[in-house]
Design a binder for this molecule. Structure first.
Ligand code: HEC
Length: 118
């Protein structure tokens, strides 16, 4: 019985260890995934309103998105802006992506990973 219990625990420990060793590559790939979601006209559609490095045909309704890590060192602030910017600015043109379920929490998270590289 104890041998049976110990094996999954060991496996779990290995998975956790492997995960932490691979963190840099993982972080890079989520930023790339975030860029895809941000540029996707049917998803984030951020380029309609924001100039973003690497994006085509941007609009200028919102400010250019750059140096965001310096401006918002806490990633939760960025996530909150994406979730529902009307909380900070009731008049904003920016859609409340989280509240309106345009983007899932997971999608908002990977877009924040991308925004922090700008
Ligand atoms: C319909 C236009 C529109 C769309 C689409 C839009 N935004 Fe915005 N966004 C704005 C406006 C306007 C502001 C300026 C702040 C405000 O209105 O409260 C803003 C502000 C921001 C800010 C704060 C910038 C700063 O320098 O303080 C971030 C970050 C941001 N948007 C990210 C995004 C991302 C990421 C997307 C796509 C998922 C997106 N926005 C889509 C209009 C938009």
């Amino acid at each position: 019985m104890t041998a049976f219990l110990r094996k999954p625990a060991l496996l779990l420990a290995l998975v956790v260890l492997a995960g932490s060793a691979a963190r840099p590559a993982w972080a890079q790939s989520t930023a790339a995934e975030g860029q895809k979601l941000a540029f996707d006209r049917g998803k984030g559609n951020c380029l309609t309103c924001h100039v973003i490095k690497g994006g085509d045909l941007p609009g200028t309704i919102g400010p250019e998105l750059k140096d965001l890590k310096a401006k918002y060192p806490d990633r939760n602030e960025l996530a909150a802006i994406l979730f529902d910017e009307t909380k900070r600015n009731p008049q904003t043109m920016m859609p409340p992506f989280g509240r309106n379920r345009i983007l899932t929490e997971q999608e908002i998270n990977v877009i924040v990973d991308f925004l922090q590289t700008l």
